[in-house]
Each structure stands twice: as structure tokens, then as C-alpha cells.
Design a protein around this ligand. Structure first.
Ligand code: DC
Length: 224
């Protein structure tokens, strides 16, 4: 293994990028850091505090004031880490449809992005990290040693999300999930600040017909 100390993994919703990043970090002994959970945590906080998510200045204020703690997992329930705000464990809350329905809007606010990007960059630049998101290779860590852009068809991503929800015992409707995946892709790719796109020097992997082991082995091959 050589010295790629900062690894950036980007891609659309449910492309498998978080699983890839988690496994890669484990294999390398690096920190796994999922930036999506920060946008989700601010969205949860806005809903919790009954701040209208369409009120950009109020949501931006929250993003600047809220301390999001991301800690090693304290419970063995499949979580990769604990997410805490004001001593409340919101790890699973931020995965719920109510948060998912508003997070793209919140993530499109430039002031929210500025606040969270600064925190992400500080963590990333310490090195020995696999950071995952939408704009890690393009904006947060443009000098990352290795950049991966993991893609898959919207249908395949919706199928994966559907199975994930079913395995957690949640009720799931494939057609609705597919519609949401497409809607989030649209918002994430078309926003003005830091839109979802591969960095010019990213390795683009289409995982529609690859399982996670195949993707992981391919990426490990790139590190050799
Ligand atoms: O990866 P995820 O589904 O947890 O991301 C949640 C939302 O946050 C999604 O709408 C995209 C957005 N996001 C972003 O804009 N930039 C990032 N670096 C990570 C996530």
C-alpha cells in the first residue's frame, strides 16, 4: 500500500459510496468521514427547532451555531458512527424520510455549505482519511491523493435503497424511492454552489453491475 493519505469519494445518492468508503477506511486504518450526515444533521435540527427549511437565512444561522458531534459508534446496531446534537443521539433520525425530503434544499444553501465545508476541510487535511460526499474531490479536498466518483443507474440505486429499508424493517415503495432518487440527483447536480459532478482527475466507476466487493477490490488495486 502506498501513501494515499487523503481519499475523496463522491457520487449520487445510494451509489454505494458510503459502504465503499467505510470498508476502505477499515482496511487502511483510516478515519471514515461521511459529510452527507452533516447536511442531514442540520436539516434534522431545523425540523426539530421548527425552523422553516425554506428560510435560507435562519437555516444558515443554525448551520453556523450547531455543533455536530461525530463519534465512534457506541451501539452495535449497524451504525458506522454516532451522530450527536445537543446530547441527543440522532444517528438513525437523520436517515428518515422526513429528513431526506428536505436535505437537498438545505444542502443547496451557500452559507450552509460554507459552514460545513470549513469543518470538513479541517478534518480532511489531517490526513489518513476517507471522506465521502458530493463535492469532496471538487471543492472540499481538491488536492486529495485519490479521487473516486462512484456512479450507478438511478434504478439500481433505488433498488439498493429499497432493500436497505426492507432489511431495517421499514415500509418501502420502490416507485416512490426511485422518484425521490431522481429528484435528489436533479437538485444536487443543478445547484449553483458545489454541484454534484466528478472532479476532472477522478476515477469514475459505474457500479450498476458490480457488487461492493468488486468495487472495493478495484479501488484497492488503484492504491497499489
Ligand atoms: O450522501 P447523503 O445521501 O447522506 O447526502 C445527503 C444530502 O446532502 C444530499 O442531498 C446531498 C447533500 N450533500 C452535499 O450536498 N454535499 C456533500 N458533501 C454531502 C452531501
Amino acid at each position: 500500500m502506498t501513501k494515499q493519505s487523503i481519499i475523496a469519494i463522491d457520487g449520487p445518492a445510494a451509489s454505494g459510496k458510503s459502504t465503499l468508503a467505510f470498508l476502505l477506511a477499515k482496511k487502511l486504518g483510516y478515519l471514515y468521514f461521511d459529510t452527507g450526515l452533516m447536511y442531514r444533521a442540520i436539516t434534522w435540527q431545523a425540523l426539530h427547532k421548527e425552523v422553516d427549511v425554506s428560510n435560507e437565512s435562519e437555516v444558515t444561522k443554525l448551520a453556523n451555531e450547531t455543533v455536530i458531534e461525530v463519534l465512534p459508534s457506541s451501539v452495535e446496531d449497524g451504525r458506522p458512527c454516532d451522530v450527536i446534537i445537543e446530547e441527543q443521539d440522532i444517528t438513525w433520525e437523520i436517515k428518515k424520510p422526513v429528513v431526506e425530503g428536505s436535505v437537498s434544499v438545505v444542502a443547496a444553501y451557500p452559507g450552509v455549505r460554507a459552514a460545513l465545508t470549513a469543518q470538513q476541510r479541517r478534518i480532511g487535511l489531517r490526513g489518513n482519511v476517507v471522506m465521502v460526499g458530493r463535492d469532496i474531490g471538487t471543492v472540499v479536498l481538491p488536492d486529495a491523493d485519490l479521487k473516486i466518483y462512484l456512479d450507478a443507474s438511478a434504478e439500481e440505486r433505488a433498488r439498493r435503497r429499497f432493500s436497505e429499508m426492507q432489511s431495517r424493517g421499514e415500509s418501502a415503495d420502490y416507485a416512490q424511492i426511485l422518484a425521490k432518487v431522481i429528484e435528489r440527483d436533479q437538485i444536487d447536480s443543478n445547484r449553483e454552489v458545489a454541484p454534484l459532478k466528478p472532479a476532472s482527475d477522478a476515477v469514475v466507476i459505474n457500479s450498476s453491475e458490480m457488487d461492493i466487493d468488486a468495487v472495493l477490490n478495484f479501488v484497492l488495486g488503484l492504491l497499489k
